[in-house]
Design a protein around this ligand. Structure first.
Ligand code: ZN
Length: 151
């Protein structure tokens, strides 16, 4: 799970503002709960506030009863990476966007292996679709692979 590798760069700073221990990992349940329930947003500096608000809006907002521990945040984060890739960004540029927009640090090599894993998964689905004669799914997976590979 790629989300498990995402760290919040300003965790220490946030910890000083919040007055209690804040985990480094952005998709840690405790970290998400802090953002959802107990953080005083007015006490943050502008950059950190806009990053946390963007993180909240893009990943944590959903209708599930168990939110944010429902799996959606991790899924949305993985989709975000694929979306940035489909815009033509490479793994380094994706890392830069995540840092600028959300204050999230993640190794470009982790992003790269996530993209490769995604291609492998899609290839497996593509092969099954081909065997089963599922043309719609076959075309979808071919397109998705092409987008990730940037061809
Ligand atoms: Zn959800």
């Amino acid at each position: 799970m790629i989300a498990a590798k995402a760290r919040f760069k300003f965790a220490k700073k946030l910890q000083n503002v919040a007055g209690f221990r804040v985990p480094d990992f952005a998709f840690n349940g405790v970290f998400m709960d802090i953002l959802v329930s107990s953080l005083d947003y007015d006490s943050l500096d502008r950059t950190m506030r806009s990053q946390i608000i963007a993180f909240f809006k893009d990943f944590l907002e959903c209708e599930c009863k168990g939110s944010p521990q429902c799996g959606c945040p991790e899924r949305k984060f993985a989709l975000k990476i694929l979306e940035l890739r489909s815009l033509g960004l490479n793994h380094r540029q994706i890392g830069e966007v995540l840092l600028d927009d959300y204050g999230i640090e993640i190794y470009p090599t982790d992003i790269l292996s996530f993209l490769e894993d995604s291609v492998h998964t899609l290839e497996a689905i593509r092969d099954v679709a081909r065997i089963e004669g599922n043309e719609a799914l076959l075309q979808k997976t071919i397109d998705a692979i092409r987008e990730i590979e940037g061809k």
